[in-house]
Design a protein around this ligand. Structure first.
Ligand code: NAP
Length: 334
């Protein structure tokens, strides 16, 4: 590859179950020159996300043998729009490629919060990942100080952000689930969870009941299926579930797990179950900055990020995230 070469990751096949590297190709082409009203961005950091797995099954979302999309941070190299100057750092969605041509409406400047706020914060705790956690806790679950919270997929991007934000919001007992002993230890030793369990070690309902013997007030669930059923079982009256995702079923969307068998307990316990999409809550971004940036600056809010270094590791990072190799947010960096 030369400096004049751009690489685009393209999906070449629809997977049956868990995707493989053979479902993707790295396609080379010349770096494009900006047209009037556009800028050429050299991408530096990319987010790989569970929803990309859903997009892989959809003709509407991801066309085969075409560039894909994903949250990305890059630097303007060349521009034919006076509002986008060479050197500017921008956030955009034209990811899965080394370079992107963008127009003004497609980018957002990276806010400069000064020392203590590394670039990686913008695609993790301060980006869509942290915002999902913040919105789930504050707007959907409406977590109050002292309330007891369960977070599933707790050692991932949204989960670690939720744990750290819940502590800043004054949560009571904080319980998390994750897929390995290493992750469970990270939750209790590094993030401040009071209890955590590996969901492989038994029925989730039993594991959660043991970790939260007095019950729960709120849940942020990113797993679905058995985790959602366990959440309903452990919640007290007037509990709230912010349902952010269902990563346990993204490889088999046509045959999802049975709905939680205790769904009717929502009625008996007056529980509110509410799904949400972070993109409908972008107005909470400034609130998140106000909460998180001072703690990032002071060092009280460490970043939980797994970095895959080198664009050539893009597909491995994506598949690794789906299989749980990440601790915190999985980012690809140039
Ligand atoms: N609604 C929204 O707007 C929105 C926005 C962002 C994210 N989300 C959702 O939030 C959830 C977390 O996303 P993220 O970006 O933070 O990803 P992540 O948690 O950093 O990565 C995915 C994690 O899912 C876990 N996982 C994979 N298969 C699983 C299974 N069968 N059962 C339980 N856990 C499994 C793995 O960790 P383990 O090792 O622990 O298994 C893996 O690390 C996902 O459901 C995602 O779709 C929703």
């Amino acid at each position: 590859m030369t400096n004049d070469t751009m690489i685009t990751v393209q999906q070449t096949a629809r997977p049956d179950g868990f995707p493989t590297p053979g479902d993707f190709a790295f396609v080379e082409s010349p770096v494009p020159a900006p047209e009037p009203g556009t800028a050429l961005v050299e991408n530096l950091q990319w987010s790989v996300d569970p929803y990309h797995r859903e997009a892989m099954d959809s003709d509407l979302l991801w066309t085969l043998n075409s560039p894909m999309e994903g949250r990305t941070l890059g630097r303007v190299l060349d521009s034919r729009d006076p509002s986008l100057r060479p050197g500017d750092l921008v956030l955009h969605r034209k990811g899965w490629r080394t370079h992107s041509l963008v127009s003004r409406g497609e980018v957002r400047p990276v806010p400069d919060f000064g020392p203590g706020v590394p670039l990686a914060a913008h695609l993790s705790i301060l980006g869509g990942t942290g915002l999902s956690a913040y919105v789930g806790l504050t707007r959907i679950a409406r977590l109050q100080p002292g309330e007891d919270l369960f977070v599933s997929a707790a050692a991932g991007g949204v989960g670690t952000a939720a744990g750290r934000i819940a502590r800043l919001l004054g949560a009571g007992r904080l319980v998390g689930s994750a897929g390995s002993a290493r992750k469970v230890a990270y939750l209790t030793e590094e993030i401040g969870f009071d209890a955590a369990f590996d969901y492989h070690e038994g029925p989730v309902t039993e594991l959660l009941a043991k970790a939260a013997p007095e019950g729960l007030d709120a849940v942020l669930d990113g797993v679905g299926g058995a985790h959602l059923e366990a959440s309903i079982a452990s919640l007290r009256e007037y509990g709230r579930i912010a349902w952010v995702g269902a990563v346990a079923q993204y490889h088999s969307l046509s045959t999802p797990p049975p709905a939680p068998r205790n769904l009717f307990d929502l009625v008996g316990k007056s529980i509110r179950l509410e799904g949400f999409l972070v993109r409908n809550h972008m107005d909470a971004q400034e609130e998140l900055y106000d909460l998180a940036v001072p703690h990032l600056r002071s060092g009280a809010l460490p970043l939980d990020v797994t970095e895959a270094k080198g664009f050539e590791h893009f597909v491995d990072a994506f598949l690794g995230m789906l299989s749980g190799e990440n601790l915190g947010k999985m980012l690809v960096t140039a």
